[in-house]
Design a binder for this molecule. Sequence first.
Ligand code: ATP
Ligand code: MG
Length: 563
Amino acid sequence: MPAVPPADPASRPSRNFIQQIIDADRAKNPQVVVHTRFPPEPNGYLHIGHAKSICLNFGLAKEYDGKFNLRFDDTNPAKEEQEYVDSIIDDVRWLGGDWEDRLFFASDYFDQLYDWAVKLIEDGKAYVCDLTAEEMREYRGTLTEPGKNSPNRDRSVEENLDLFARMKAGEFADGSRTLRAKIDMASPNVNMRDPVMYRVKHAHHHRTGDKWCIYPSYDYTHGQSDSIEGITYSICTLEFENHRPLYDWCLDQLEIHHPRQIEFARLNLSYAVMSKRKLLQLVQEKHVAGWDDPRMLTIRGLRRRGYTPEAMRAFCERIGVAKFNSTIDMAWLEDAIRDDLNDRAERRMAVLRPLRVVLTNVRAGEPLEIHIPNHPQKLELGRRDVALSREIFIEEDDFMEEAPKDFFRLKPGGAVRLRGAGIIVCKNVVKDKAGNVAQLECEFNPDTTALVDGKKVKGTIHWVDAATSVTATVRLYDHLFATENPDTAPEGGTFLDNLNPKSLEVVTARIEPALAEAKPGESFQWERVGYFVADAVDSKPGAPVFNRTVTLRDTWGKEQAKQ
Ligand code: ATP
Ligand code: MG
């Protein structure tokens, strides 16, 4: 049978506005190549907002059988570090972004950018300006008032060429001179009022070393880098909309390949901050354990929290691409990982807050062997043997001494089903000196369908065997911020005042033996409790540490109401 050609992307349903633009271009010209890029500045770790941009750019290239570049936008020598470059490469790859052999650095283009700047000077379209940063601000005007021309605006081409060469040669101090594009100081768009193209900055660059003491601005670098790489769709976030005329201006003056810039709304999430500056502050002031703290919405943090690339991509796909800023509910992100893990994570049992239960009719030293399927819908994942001996642990809050009518778990005289094992009836509550429940004495019946007092047993709880289970450190993570919009600081405070004091609780749990062997990074559903991942950093064989990825259901509102 002949292979069925892939469906024309344009025929697929529900196209986002960027796909619609590309579809329209391709309808006019079927030769249009979709070539996108992700252009991070290596001055921090990637966060979920960047993931959105990566999925969008890489996704489009893949969908239209095009190309995707990874380009470091490394024009700012002071803030950039190799550590960030390495982590970004690793994170983009983890997400599934594939740049093949097209890994680039804007700093690789410094020579070409310099030559183009010289050309603009020769064409009378750029000049060296002696205004200080402060003077330049005064001359720039405001949104309602036009700016004033720099006193140096009409320098001759020869003088400009000479001064620019000397800027490059290191003759001038930082901040003393700039190269500016000669556009229009009266433009209603402030970005067009003779923007700075080059600054003097005597600083070491992580790739070019001490070769340069002048560095190009973002606006002058970005479009030209896109052009050099043959990018066709330069997709960026909305704050660059007002920079588009400048992006276009530079390319038009230089008469080089002209990609199309398209802006989309950046991702904002409830209960999260996304600014690199704030993320850095959280790390530096030790409000979190590091960039990869599982509460951080960095890609590193999400990985360590147990998020999968599949869930991240599904999340980005579901929230779509918008033209207007909005905030996405954190619940979307959590649902994406629940859906993914529900499908693939094996089930295990673990008890977070153990309460000892003695099964009075099971003889000590004579454990029963229970077979439990690893996944209720996927029998091909097999089953495992779990021991049930005279003593077991159940979850503290699965027992209530004075229980309301609709409490279907364990109460004095009541019955509950032990997952996969049988039924227990609570015969006696043993208390310690302080009057707290210390342990329960129950009768065990291996028949899971048995009637108790003529009635069906309604509740089923999880449990672990006391003799064979092991202890494990378990970190119960919750939202890092307690308020929906943490960027909005309370009066007189900062965003840090919105931190959730209960974002991390550490408990010593009892886990079934099959969990003790979990490999770092391996995820499980703990029955009735949530999804947990063996921590990739702190877990050791025999001394497992687990991170809670997400609860089984969205309990955020309820948990808050209880407090
Ligand atoms: P900075 O303030 O340091 O520039 P940034 O978040 O813009 O921070 P970049 O490294 O410049 O960091 O971002 C790389 C790319 O990721 C850019 O194209 C940017 O538009 C995109 N991006 C950044 N944040 C988001 C976000 N929240 N949602 C979608 N895309 C984003
Ligand atoms: Mg940026």
